[in-house]
Design a protein around this ligand. Structure first.
Ligand SMILES: Cc1cc2nc3c(=O)[nH]c(=O)nc-3n(C[C@H](O)[C@H](O)[C@H](O)COP(=O)(O)OP(=O)(O)OC[C@H]3O[C@@H](n4cnc5c(N)ncnc54)[C@H](O)[C@@H]3O)c2cc1C
Length: 408
């Protein structure tokens, strides 16, 4: 017999697994399908990348009981410095301007993955099907049938609500015939850990260059997470560059804010593009996280945005669950409310990161002058700086209960 669930989540990456941890305590019958095991080096979501999580994301993770397992390896962000390579001025943002003592925390994606993977077995009503690659979807308003392969055999399950959290190339999105808008930034992010000579003291640095941002995030054990965006045709060269040369180049770009760069970890690279779904719901189905909006990493917004998708969907499903046997998790009214609620935040965050990525890579003199004027204005006008800090923290639109630190 085909097993039936209230919710089937395709994709057990950062966003899908967080959603599963939000829904399981509500008593919903949940299936989480993930094609790549957490322990496998090629797992695409839980790698060495350092994630800057905003204060509201940390509150969501607290409420989901994921935070205690992450907190010991999380580094608070106590200051953010923004500037442009080789041009005057810098913006210094301090959390006190927002009545906070920190902007958020930096956490390694792998550490986050270990924390959610430890949560999942706690719930009898949550089936984690992994490795399970979803291969076919028969979507329907009443029931979706999800076909997947596991152990070399074909299987299927049914669910009232199908959730696509399967990343930028989402199979679910394609199966639902949802169109996308795409933009190739022709930039590649190279990430690695570096150990600087001096203590980072919780400072995060974002330096804009014409090939994209160069960000240094505070990390554990005196290390920093480096995200260096280069033009895609240079990426292979930068990946193969001998370590000492890479560190020297990185230091030249960054300046002497933390002294010399002494050590470097393994490098990984990510071609950068914007993939934005033009719709996010269908009767009985919804897409979220990177499946709905994969954005440029400038400003560190992607997972924060996906977590807010999770918080809103979980809240609406919790309200629906109060109807008991009459609950209909795939009903289009509920899903339309989700979509309407998420629109301003998603549109604002996409515009913010896409706008920053484009304006800072515009080589014209006029754009350069506008950027310098913008940086100086933000440096000297506290209200502008506060606005920038609020935007970079991802505060847009109505706040879901989890993001306000309340239980579902
Ligand atoms: C260099 C870089 C730095 C970043 N830094 C930050 C940051 O500081 N802060 C921040 O908030 N965000 C950051 N991001 C963005 C963040 O990584 C993404 O927003 C996040 O990974 C999105 O998670 P997701 O679960 O939606 O998608 P993914 O991480 O892509 O996960 C999708 C999952 O679905 C699985 N899957 C795919 N197809 C199938 C299928 N057919 N069947 C079953 N499973 C399937 C995949 O195996 C994968 O595990 C950064 C991104 C990059 C590239």
């Amino acid at each position: 017999m085909t097993k039936r669930y209230d919710v089937a989540i395709v994709g057990g990456g950062l966003v899908g697994a967080s959603l599963a941890c939000a829904l399981a305590p509500l008593g919903l019958r949940v299936a989480l399908l993930e094609s790549v095991r957490f322990s496998v080096a090629s797992q695409p979501s839980y790698d060495d990348r350092t994630l800057a999580l905003s204060a509201s994301s940390c509150r969501i993770l607290q409420a989901l009981e994921i935070w205690p397992a992450v907190a010991g390896s999380a580094t608070p962000i106590r200051e953010i410095q923004v500037r442009e390579f080789d041009r005057p001025g810098r913006v210094l943002m301090e959390p006190g301007e927002l009545d906070l003592d920190r902007f958020g925390h930096v956490v390694e994606a792998k550490v986050f993955g270990a924390a959610v993977m430890a949560q999942i077995p706690r719930w009898e009503n949550l089936d984690f099907l992994c490795p399970a690659a979803v291969t076919k979807i028969d979507a329907g308003a009443e029931l979706a049938v999800i076909h997947y392969t596991a152990d070399g055999r074909d299987h299927r399950i049914q669910a009232s609500l199908l959730v696509g959290a399967d990343g930028a190339d989402s199979f679910v999105r394609q199966s639902l015939d949802i169109e996308t808008e795409k933009h190739d930034y022709r930039q590649t992010a190279i990430i690695c850990n570096i150990t600087p000579e001096q203590d980072h003291r919780g400072r995060a640095f974002e330096c804009f260059t014409l090939t994209g941002p160069f960000a240094v995030m505070p990390h554990v054990n005196g290390r920093c997470g480096l995200i260096w965006c280069v033009s895609t045709d240079q990426a292979a060269l930068m990946m193969e560059m001998p370590e000492t040369e890479f560190l020297r180049e990185a230091h030249r770009r960054f300046g002497n804010h933390l002294g010399k760069f002494l050590k470097i970890g393994r490098r990984s690279s990510y071609p950068l593009r914007l993939v934005r779904a033009l719709e996010d719901v269908r009767p009985g189905a919804v897409i979220l996280g990177n499946a709905a909006h994969a954005i440029h990493p400038v400003g560190a917004q992607g997972f924060n945005l996906g977590l807010r998708d999770v918080a809103v969907l979980a809240e609406l499903l919790q309200d629906e669950s109060r109807k008991g046997a009459d609950a209909n998790y795939g009903n289009i009214d509920l899903l339309t409310r989700y979509s309407e609620w998420r629109k301003p935040d998603q549109a604002g965050t996409i515009a913010y990161s896409d706008g920053l990525a484009r304006i800072f890579s515009n080589p014209t003199r006029l754009a350069a002058a506008a950027r310098t004027a913008g940086i100086l204005a933000h440096a000297f006008v506290p209200s502008l700086r506060r606005q920038l800090a609020v935007r970079s923290m991802g505060y847009r639109g109505r706040t879901p209960r989890l993001a306000a630190g309340e239980p579902l």
